[in-house]
Design a protein around this ligand. Structure first.
Ligand code: ZN
Length: 244
């Protein structure tokens, strides 16, 4: 089975309904977390996945609402008595990710976050193609704050996850004709979400990273009026999409 699950559709805001940013990708037997903000490790459990099963984490950038649950995830891996980590953990991110992980190791002490039975391996990735467990991904620089989105193809369909993004030409190009896009809708206005839909023609746009309520029906109507052929939906935590 392959699926994309929204673990966190929120932001730095502390809310009942939404945890901070994260998407879980299950590609055959490979589990990949895209971002790991606050509350996400708990959501992972609600999605039926133990922290120690995750072998790959991709970080879009280093704002706390995208990385802060690395702390409980690394700690549980090393010290959980019920579910200790037994497999290596790979952490990928833009330049600076090594400094981030080394900084956490120094802050809490390496013994908090590791055991000799497995390794935590950190990979700095430049914009462009990279591979995770034999699957091909592309990292794309999307402003602001050194953020990198990722896109990939699965069973002939194209998927894109933005992390944070402003509205700009690079984002339109990034989403162009993809089958499903999980989009930072918190940092852009309603008019920009509509513009993004019309200009990119992404088939399904999932609004995530939400700082406010979004009326998808209204945005959909405005976008369709301007020639958009796809669907705009508002993401919820634990919403899942089968990757056919
Ligand atoms: Zn963010």
């Amino acid at each position: 089975m392959s699926a994309l699950t929204l673990l966190g559709t929120g932001t730095c805001q502390i809310e009942h309904e939404r945890r901070a940013s994260s998407v879980l990708l299950e590609l055959d037997n490979t589990l990949i977390l895209f971002d790991c903000g606050h509350g996400v490790v708990q959501r992972l459990l609600e999605a039926g996945v133990q922290h120690c099963q995750v072998q790959h984490i991709v970080l879009s950038h280093f704002h706390p609402d995208h990385v802060s649950d690395l702390v409980p995830l690394l700690h549980a891996g090393a010290w959980s008595r019920t579910h200790p980590r037994t497999c290596d953990l790979h952490i990928y991110g833009p330049p600076g990710v090594k400094q981030l992980v080394e900084g956490l190791m120094q802050l809490f002490g390496p013994s908090s976050f590791g055991q000799p039975s497995y390794s935590v391996l950190v990979h700095e990735i430049a914009a462009g193609p990279f591979a995770i467990g034999g699957h091909s991904f592309e990292s794309v620089s999307l402003l602001p704050a050194g953020n990198h989105g990722i896109c990939f193809t699965w069973a002939t369909r194209r998927y894109a996850l933005t992390g944070d993004s402003s509205f700009h030409a690079e984002e339109i190009a990034f989403l162009k004709d993809v089958d499903l896009a999980v989009v930072d809708s918190g940092h852009i206005e309603d008019t920009e979400i509509v513009e993004l839909a019309v200009a990119s023609q992404a088939k399904v746009i999932v609004c995530s990273h939400l700082y406010r309520q979004i009326n998808a029906t209204q945005l959909q109507a405005q976008a369709v009026q301007r020639g958009y052929k796809g669907t705009i939906i508002v993401g919820r935590d634990l919403m899942s999409f089968m990757l056919a």
